[in-house]
Ligand binder design. Structure first.
Ligand SMILES: [Zn+2]
Ligand SMILES: [Zn+2]
Length: 255
């Protein structure tokens, strides 16, 4: 599913820092791994200056996360102090656990963080669109893997800068069937539970969420509206009235 009609986040308030431990307000109901193949990773570069390892340059890893690599002590100190590795280090350590099949709690934490970062846009958007369309859900698609989305800075596990964005649509079940599933038939795997949620949620208190990441990780859940309904209604009007049918694109690294 694509939309040419996207609105940018540039007029809204700045996204919340994800590092604050957002309370887990999402009840996750179903998750799936479609297991899309990822291209092979390029070799790691220095997280400080970007140099590649060579015969003369040897990279050594951060002792805490074993991910970040540096060509020199200077680059390491610099990245720790000014490049935010101090903040990001635990997220690299965590990222290494993501491919294990037994870490749904880690996956849920990462999805909760993503919801916490986007809910001040997504919830008002859902409330606003519900007024026109009736019951539906937020379909949040990420152009990055769950692993890349889990990192606290915009450098991937090889040290390369990434820009991460999510595209959010509000969809009714009818649109889900006629537009989305036609292009992406695997989404039909969540149809039964999705219908239960969309038929049953409290429009003035809750929002239904379907997350999909580039790696094929998908999850369906239900969350409390944050901010609350009245504020969502007001913000929805303020933000989205001028572009009522567009999808919402949020660039998470423009912070
Ligand atoms: Zn370096
Ligand atoms: Zn580290």
């Amino acid at each position: 599913m694509t939309s040419k009609n996207q609105s940018s986040s540039s007029n809204g308030p700045v996204l919340q820092n994800p590092l604050s431990n957002a309370p887990s307000t999402v009840e996750w109901i179903q998750h799936l791994e479609l297991g899309y193949a990822e291209p092979p990773r390029p070799p790691t570069i220095c997280f400080g200056c970007g140099k590649q390892a060579s015969e003369t340059i040897k990279l050594s890893r951060c002792g805490k996360c074993s991910v970040a690599a540096y060509c020199s002590r200077d680059c390491q100190v610099q990245d720790w102090k000014t490049g935010n590795h101090k903040l990001a280090c635990p997220s690299y350590r965590r990222a290494l656990t993501i491919r294990s099949p037994y870490c749904e709690d880690v996956h849920a934490t990462i999805r909760n963080e993503l919801f916490a970062r986007t809910r001040f846009y997504g919830c008002p958007y859902a409330v606003f669109r519900t007024t026109d369309l009736g019951r539906g859900f937020l379909f949040l698609q990420s152009d990055q893997t769950l692993q890349n989305m889990s990192l606290y800075t915009c450098k991937d596990l090889t040290g390369r800068t990434i820009t991460r964005s999510v595209l959010i649509h509000f969809l009714t079940l009818g649109e889900f069937d006629s537009e989305v599933c036609k292009e992406d038939f695997e989404l039909a795997l969540v149809r039964t539970k999705l219908k239960e949620l969309v038929d049953g949620y409290d429009k003035e208190k809750e929002v239904v969420l379907l997350f999909k990441f580039r790696c094929g990780h998908m999850s369906l859940g239900k969350a409390m509206l944050v901010p609350d309904y009245k504020i969502c209604k007001k913000l929805g009007q303020d933000y989205y009235a001028e572009n009522p049918t567009g999808a919402l694109q949020l660039n998470l690294d423009e912070m």
